[in-house]
Design a protein around this ligand. Structure first.
Ligand SMILES: Nc1ncnc2c1ncn2[C@@H]1O[C@H](COP(=O)(O)OP(=O)(O)OP(=O)(O)O)[C@@H](O)[C@H]1O
Length: 316
């Protein structure tokens, strides 16, 4: 549905986005992750037509940025970082004004505003001036303005920025709700955000794409964790003899049980289990290692070359 090819953007001498290519399928929820200054906002601005690429192409379905920018903008809802809202207007007034800007026909504006208010759970604040709202509610108003024209693609730039923990949970719920109806792209530097709402993550570093993978694949470690009732001296000869095991280390000693991390793909689990059984050991657990996103992110930021790129491709 969305296809970026060799997208590049310079600000003078600064290469803010450097030859980035990836595609996003309809209905996906993708996290665009990177440290401050990685180039996330610049990518989003190019996608929304607010900024021209220096090089490369950006397509949404059959439309192309540049040639069809207005038509693409009609299909996209955008919550910018620090979304501008008019403090003197009430929520309804602001949304009616935004609906007009989005080109929603006058006869449909009331329904469009009411629907956006319902979906963002803003009903109790609908007639309140925006300046009286908490930051969490203001962010919801920002999301409401982004979905007024029922866009197929919703882009949220740092949607939980400055929210308290309760407001963050509400925003995550809202993002999940949005994802039932639209393709959602969330830009953030907060790892928990991606883990909470996204199924796929694209990681950027200094303008380049350094990882693009399903969250599940990215978090799957290359190790098997096996918990036995034997200490390392007994376990080592048995475990390292399993075909494919390249190494092992004691991961944790737990009250009469020992957990070992084996350098072997999870497909070796039946062979490990059989070897443990044949040796007469007690097997308490056998699970693939799961890396948290923090570990993956740290790894990506240590290396210059991409650590994970499953090249998730979709038909435009
Ligand atoms: N209008 C501009 N003029 C010059 N440089 C810019 C401009 N906008 C962004 N930059 C620079 O481009 C690089 C990428 O910025 P961008 O805002 O896209 O990153 P980001 O990943 O969204 O960061 P953040 O999370 O801080 O918003 C940064 O080095 C930034 O300073």
């Amino acid at each position: 549905m969305i296809e970026m090819n060799h997208l590049t953007r310079r600000y003078g001498d600064l290469l803010a986005v450097d030859d980035v290519s990836f595609s996003i399928g309809a209905g996906e929820v993708v996290g665009l992750l990177g440290h401050n200054g990685a180039g996330k906002t610049t990518v989003m601005k190019m996608l929304t037509g607010a900024l021209e690429p220096t090089a490369g192409t950006l397509r949404v379905g059959e439309l192309e940025i540049g040639r069809d920018t207005a038509a693409i903008q009609a299909r996209i809802g955008y919550l910018p970082e620090n979304c501008p809202v008019w403090p003197d207007l009430t929520v309804i007034e602001f949304l009616e004004y935004q609906a007009a800007l989005h080109g929603v026909p006058e006869a449909q504006r009331r329904v469009a505003v009411a629907t956006a208010i319902r979906r963002t759970a803003l009903k109790e604040k609908a007639t309140a001036p925006i300046q009286t709202l908490s930051r969490g509610y203001r962010q919801r108003v920002g999301v409401a303005q982004a979905i007024l024209h029922a866009p197929e693609i919703v882009i949220l730039d740092e949607p939980t920025n400055g929210l308290d923990p309760t407001q963050i949970l509400h925003m995550r719920e809202l993002i999940r709700e949005l994802s039932a109806h639209a393709t959602v792209i969330v830009s953030t530097h907060i790892l928990q955000e991606v883990e909470a709402v996204c199924e796929r993550v694209v990681i950027m570093k200094r303008g380049r794409k350094v990882a693009d993978a399903r969250l599940d694949d990215l978090q799957r470690g290359a190790r098997l964790l096996v918990t036995l009732d034997r200490d390392e001296a007994s376990a080592r000869p048995v475990l390292t003899a399993v075909p494919g095991v390249r190494g092992m280390r004691l991961d944790a000693a737990l009250d009469g049980r020992w957990r070992y991390a084996l350098d072997v793909p999870e497909t070796a689990a039946p062979a490990v289990s059989a070897a443990v059984h044949a040796a007469g050991f007690g097997l308490h657990a056998l699970t693939p290692e799961r890396r948290d996103l923090e570990t993956v992110f740290a790894e990506v930021n240590r290396t210059e070359t991409p650590v994970a790129d499953t090249e998730v491709r979709h038909a435009a």
